[in-house]
Design a protein around this ligand. Structure first.
Ligand SMILES: [Zn+2]
Length: 368
């Protein structure tokens, strides 16, 4: 089933969450062909009815924490490095079906937000292009010529005058090796930064997914081979939010303010989900780093299972995070605690020399 809008109108109730194509869109025919080719369209009358019911009925057969889809990104380009996702443009079937209903526009929007992020773009520098390789090749050629010259021209030269030249020519390969090594190291660092920026973007996209009522959490990871992964994880966070809501009820007003300052600091957005409650804001903010740890199985097994089987739940993670945050504010020497809080729960490290500013932004009393 493909819903096509011919003119502006309200979608009928049962089709509200299905998503639609608009005839007036510039690339309408391209989108239509892609949608028709994608696997999530039912092909037979039997599958039409089951497909329809899976689209229209509630989310079935899915449990919290289940990985729905992964999009792989790679850095490509000879002269200019660019990040490319191996996506054929269609929404992965598990995301468009099962009552999750991520539509084409939302999906394309998610990938584009990550691809076009200026912070990620600025990390894609010359290290990933063919340039360092060419420079090293040229240096090897020069070195070979120098080596041959030393062998043939300086063969009869007196030892004392030729020694510095010989020594520098013979030691040059070491310099090349070092250059190659440092380019690799830079690439590794740059990749880690890109992955971090992607995670930050996911924090913002999770806000959007929550507002659209999609039971999906987004997180980003990377591996040694310069590959990046955007992971879509099924998670209905309604129960977790309710849990945290009652947990935060016991906070004093100045504690809530400190929590809000932390949200603003981490998301770098004063309006991060401001139309939601504090519980919604903190749970949605923690969703991306939480899912990353869930994916890498870094979370400890909890004593009590909450809304996910076998793992620590997002609400337990949030509770722990909040408790640790307040403990780091209230205890002496809390700076080290605060910095470990950021690396453990938010997957980002704070620089030592920036700790004073961080405490100032978070309005933490300096007497502690
Ligand atoms: Zn929970």
């Amino acid at each position: 089933m493909v819903v096509i809008k011919l003119e502006d109108c309200d979608s009928p109730e049962p089709l509200k969450n299905v998503g639609y194509l608009d005839v007036r869109q510039k690339n309408f025919y391209h989108l239509l062909t892609q949608t028709l080719r994608s696997d999530c369209l039912p092909r037979s009358s039997e599958s039409i009815s089951s497909g329809l019911s899976s689209v229209l009925s509630s989310r079935t057969n899915l449990s919290n924490g289940q990985l729905l889809a992964t999009v792989t990104g790679k850095i490509k380009g000879q002269w200019k490095a660019t990040l490319v996702f191996d996506s054929d443009g269609t929404v992965p079937t598990p995301l468009s079906c099962h009552g999750i209903n991520v539509n084409y526009n939302e999906y394309a929007n998610i990938l584009n937000t990550i691809l076009e992020d200026p912070d990620i773009q600025s990390c894609l520098s010359w290290q990933f292009t063919i340039k360092p390789f060419i420079v090293i090749c040229i240096l090897i050629v020069i070195w070979t010529i120098a080596f041959l010259l030393v062998i043939f021209l300086l063969i009869d030269a007196p030892k004392s005058s030729a020694l510095p030249i010989r020594l520098s020519v013979f030691l040059f390969p070491l310099v090349l090796l070092l250059a190659g090594y440092s380019v690799r190291k830079m690439q590794k660092q740059q990749c880690a930064t890109i992955a971090l920026q992607m995670l930050k973007k996911c924090v913002h996209i999770n806000q959007l997914l929550y507002q659209l009522d999609r039971p999906v959490l987004l997180t980003a990871s990377h591996n040694e081979g310069h590959k990046f992964f955007i992971n879509f994880i099924y998670f209905d966070i309604g129960d977790c939010v309710a849990n945290i809501h009652s947990y935060l009820d016991e906070l004093h007003s100045d504690e809530s303010e400190k929590l809000m300052a932390l949200i603003e600091f981490y998301t770098m957005d004063a309006f991060y989900l401001t139309q939601g409650t504090l519980a919604e804001r903190i749970v949605v903010m923690l969703a991306a780093p939480y899912s990353l740890q869930l994916l890498h199985r870094l979370l400890l097994k909890p004593h009590h299972e909450h809304h996910i089987s076998g793992h620590m739940c997002l609400c337990q993670y949030t509770e722990e995070f909040t408790a640790t945050y307040f403990a780091s504010i209230k205890t002496a020497g809390g700076t080290a605690m605060l910095s470990s809080l950021f690396s453990k729960y938010l997957n980002c490290s704070l620089r030592k020399n920036s700790m004073h500013t961080v405490r100032e932004i978070l309005r933490i009393d300096e007497r502690h």
